[in-house]
Design a protein around this ligand. Structure first.
Ligand code: ME8
Length: 504
C-alpha cells in the first residue's frame, strides 16, 4: 500500500475557530478521503499552535495561565474537527511532550551542524503575525498585513538563512511543482532572489514556549516550533524507523498568508538538518464575507458551527470547495450558498436519486431490475464511463484542482439526468417493460457510482445513497466502481437527502 501524508496548518489558539480554518481543513479532508478511497494508506494531520507571545497575551487578557487557556481553546478546534467530520489521523498540540522532544532534537541538530549562532536582534516585530519585519517592509508604520509592530531589542539565536538562498533556488528549479499555484511560486522565487537575511529564532522577552536546549533564558521562535509539528507526527526525535516511513509529507496545504514560512524557512531548516523536503506546498486564497475582509473588529466573522447548524454539514463542505477555484480568493455569500444547495444538490443530485428510487419502488418491486445484458451504446456510456472519470479525477486531485474535480462529478450527474429524460422510463412502463428495466438498471448503477465518487466531499449524504443498495464498507472504495449492481438486490428507501432551502 502506498502512503500519503497531508497536513493542515496548525491553528493559533488565541481565538475561536472560524470559516477560514474550517476551509483549509475541509480541503485537506477532501483530498485525504479521496486518497484513502483510492487505496492509499493516508496520514492526515491537523492540530493547534499553542506557544508564542500572541497566545501568551491572549491568556493574560483573560487572566488565566497560558496552559489553562490553551487547553480550553484547543478543545474548540478539536470540536471543529469532529463537527466537520474530518478524517484526520491525529490531532497535534505543540504543548505535547512528543513535540517538545522533536523541537529539541531539531534545534540540537541545527546547532551541531553549525547553522545556529548567538547574537543580538534589534528590529520590528508583529505579535499578531508572529513575524519579524524590516524597516523597509513597513507601510505607514505598520506590518504589510496592517498589524501593529513593536520594536524588539534582545539577545537572540540566529539561523543562517542567508546561506540557503542558492540551494533553495536550485531546489525550486528542480521541483517546479513544489509550490502551487504557479503565481505563488513566482512570489516566493522573487522573494528569495531578492536576498535572504539570517533569521532570529529565539526570544528572551517572554516565557510561553519551548526552551532552547542548554540556554533556558531563550524561547524558540514560535514558527520554528510550529513548523516542526509536521515531523513530530512522523516520529522525529522519538522513533527513527517510523520517521523514515512517514516522512516527507506529500502535501502541506496552507493559506497564502503563511506561504513564506512553509516554502522558504521550512525547507531551509530541513536541508540544514539533513532531512528530506516535503513534496508540495499548496497555498489557497483568502475568503471575504459578502465582499468585506473578515475581521473581528468588523464583526463579520463567520462561525462554522452556526453555518453547519443552519445549512447542514455536507452542504457547507460542498459549497466551500465548489465555490472558489482552489488557490484563488473567494467571497462568501449566503445567497450563493443557497443557490448551490438548491440547484446542484437538491435539484441535480437529490432529484436524480429520488426520482429513480421512487420509480423503482413502485415499478420494479423495490429491487434492482434485470437488464438481460441488452445494453445499447447510450446505456454503456452511462455505466462504463467510470474508468475515464476516475482517471480524470485522480489527475485533478493530484494537482489540487479541487473545484474542477467536483465539476467533473457533476457532469456525470447531469448526464444521468439527461439520460433519464431522454429514455423516459415512465413511457416505457406502458409498452416496453424489458427496456424500462434496462434503463432503470443503468440509472441505479450510475447512482451507485456517483455515491462512491462523492464520498470524499459529502461523507454523510453519500452514505445515505449507498445505503439504498445496502452496500457494506468494503464495497464502497474506488476499486469497487468496477463491480456492478447485482440484479434482484433490494432497494432501501431513504429520506430526502438534500432538502431544498426556501428563499425568504
Ligand atoms: O498562521 N480565508 O495559524 P492561524 C481562508 N499557527 N483561510 C483562512 C482565513 C481566511 N479568511 N483565515 C484563516 C497560523 N485561514 C499558524 C500556522 S503552521 C506550522 C502554523 C486559514 O490560526 C488559512 O489556512 O492564523 C491560514 O493559513 C490559517 O487559517 C492561519 O491560521
Amino acid at each position: 500500500m502506498k502512503n500519503f501524508y497531508i497536513t493542515t496548518p496548525i491553528y493559533y489558539v488565541n481565538d475561536s475557530p472560524h470559516i477560514g480554518h474550517a476551509y483549509t481543513s475541509l480541503c485537506c479532508d477532501y483530498i485525504a478521503r479521496f486518497k484513502s478511497l483510492d487505496g492509499y494508506d493516508v496520514r492526515f494531520l491537523t492540530g493547534t499552535d499553542e506557544h508564542g507571545q500572541k497566545v501568551e497575551n491572549a491568556a493574560n487578557i483573560k487572566q488565566i495561565k497560558p496552559k489553562d487557556f490553551v487547553d480550553e481553546v484547543s478543545e474548540n478546534f478539536l470540536k471543529l474537527t469532529n463537527v466537520l467530520n474530518l478524517s484526520n489521523t491525529d490531532f497535534i498540540r505543540t504543548t505535547q511532550e512528543r513535540h517538545l522532544k522533536s523541537c529539541e532534537h531539531l534545534w540540537s541538530k541545527l546547532f551541531s551542524n553549525g547553522h545556529i549562532y548567538l547574537d543580538n536582534y534589534s528590529g520590528w516585530y508583529s505579535v499578531r503575525d508572529e513575524t519579524y519585519f524590516q524597516e523597509s517592509e513597513l507601510i505607514n508604520g505598520k506590518a504589510p498585513t496592517g498589524a501593529e509592530v513593536v520594536w524588539v531589542e534582545e539577545p537572540s539565536y540566529f539561523f543562517n538563512l542567508s546561506k540557503w538562498q542558492d540551494k533553495l533556488l536550485v531546489f525550486y528549479n528542480n521541483n517546479p511543482e513544489f509550490i502551487l499555484p504557479r503565481s505563488r511560486r513566482n512570489e516566493v522565487l522573487n522573494f528569495v532572489k531578492g536576498g535572504l537575511k539570517d533569521l532570529s529564532i529565539s526570544r528572551t522577552s517572554f516565557s510561553w514556549g519551548i526552551k532552547v536546549p542548554n540556554d533556558s533564558k531563550h524561547i524558540m521562535y514560535v514558527w520554528l516550533d510550529a513548523l516542526t509539528n509536521y515531523i513530530t507526527y512522523s516520529g522525529y526525535g522519538s522513533n527513527e524507523n517510523d520517521f523514515k516511513n512517514n516522512w516527507p509529507a506529500d502535501l502541506h496545504v496552507v493559506g497564502k498568508d503563511i506561504l513564506r514560512f512553509h516554502t522558504v524557512y521550512w525547507p531551509a531548516f530541513l536541508m540544514a538538518a539533513d532531512l528530506p523536503l516535503p513534496k508540495r506546498v499548496f497555498a489557497h486564497g483568502w475568503w471575504t464575507n459578502e465582499g468585506e475582509k473578515i475581521s473581528k473588529s468588523l464583526g463579520n466573522v463567520i462561525n462554522p458551527f452556526d453555518l453547519i447548524d443552519q445549512y447542514g454539514l455536507d452542504q457547507v463542505r460542498y459549497f466551500l470547495l465548489r465555490e472558489v477555484p482552489f488557490g484563488n480568493d473567494g467571497d462568501f455569500s449566503k445567497s450563493h450558498l443557497v443557490q448551490r444547495i438548491n440547484s446542484e444538490l437538491a435539484n441535480n443530485l437529490g432529484n436524480l436519486v429520488q426520482r429513480v428510487t421512487s420509480f423503482c419502488l413502485k415499478n420494479t418491486m423495490g429491487k434492482v431490475p434485470d437488464h438481460k445484458d441488452k445494453f445499447n451504446k447510450k446505456d454503456l456510456e452511462i455505466i462504463n464511463s467510470f474508468e475515464t472519470e476516475l482517471s480524470t479525477l485522480r489527475k485533478l486531485i493530484d494537482k489540487q484542482k479541487l473545484d474542477e474535480s467536483l465539476k467533473e462529478i457533476w457532469i456525470k450527474i447531469t448526464k444521468s439526468n439527461k439520460y433519464i429524460d431522454d429514455q423516459a422510463p415512465w413511457n416505457l412502463k406502458n409498452d416496453d417493460i424489458e427496456r424500462m428495466n434496462t434503463v432503470l438498471y443503468c440509472l441505479l448503477e450510475s447512482i451507485r457510482q456517483i455515491g462512491i465518487l462523492i464520498q470524499p466531499i459529502m461523507p454523510n449524504s453519500s452514505s445515505k445513497i449507498l445505503d439504498i443498495f445496502g452496500l457494506q464498507a468494503n464495497q464502497r472504495s474506488f476499486k469497487e466502481l468496477a463491480s456492478k449492481l447485482i440484479v434482484g438486490t433490494n432497494l432501501i428507501k431513504q429520506d430526502v437527502i438534500f432538502p431544498r432551502i426556501e428563499i425568504q
